[in-house]
Design a protein around this ligand. Structure first.
Ligand code: CMP
Length: 137
């Protein structure tokens, strides 16, 4: 069993599609091992996206991530990291396959509805960023 971190971003929370997004994970065999709805500060968003700190979109991305509440989850299942990425679709919704979350709900490459860990290493960092061990069951 593998674990990955998922975020429903402020654009999707504002669209009131938390339930629709979560049901896609469940329908594809992923289990929600932890979940909470929180509001990030700018500093927290910068800490989470630290690997992107030198990218030109860093300031805009971290401001967007603070514009409203987000839902953070630990998803668990066989090949959870790759499976979650397939369910999400490409980062840029213009390139996302039909039926993926980003094709259906994302507005742009930045306001792209969801985040998912891209490797085992980033999943380990990202899960610990948001959750204590005893919150994950
Ligand atoms: P995410 O999967 O959360 O990982 C980094 C985020 O940066 C990405 O989704 C997008 O929201 C954002 N992002 C990536 N590339 C760009 C870009 N070229 N312009 C603006 N935002 C981007």
């Amino acid at each position: 069993m593998e674990q990955t971190l998922s975020i429903i971003k402020p654009d999707a929370v504002q669209k009131n599609v938390i339930g629709e997004i979560i049901s896609r994970f469940e329908q594809n065999g992923l289990r929600i091992a932890a979940m909470k709805r929180i509001q990030l500060s700018k500093r927290e968003a910068e800490g989470f996206y630290y690997v992107h700190k030198d990218r030109p979109f860093f300031d805009s991305l971290t401001t967007f991530m603070t514009e409203g509440p987000i839902v953070v989850m630990v998803l668990e299942g066989e090949d959870a990291i790759a499976k979650n990425r397939a369910i999400m679709g490409a980062t840029n919704p213009e390139n996302a396959e039909p039926g993926t979350i980003r094709k259906d709900f994302a507005e742009s490459i930045e306001r792209n509805a969801v985040h998912g860990s891209d490797s085992a290493e980033s999943a380990a960092f990202e899960i610990l960023f948001f959750f204590a061990g005893m919150e994950i069951r």
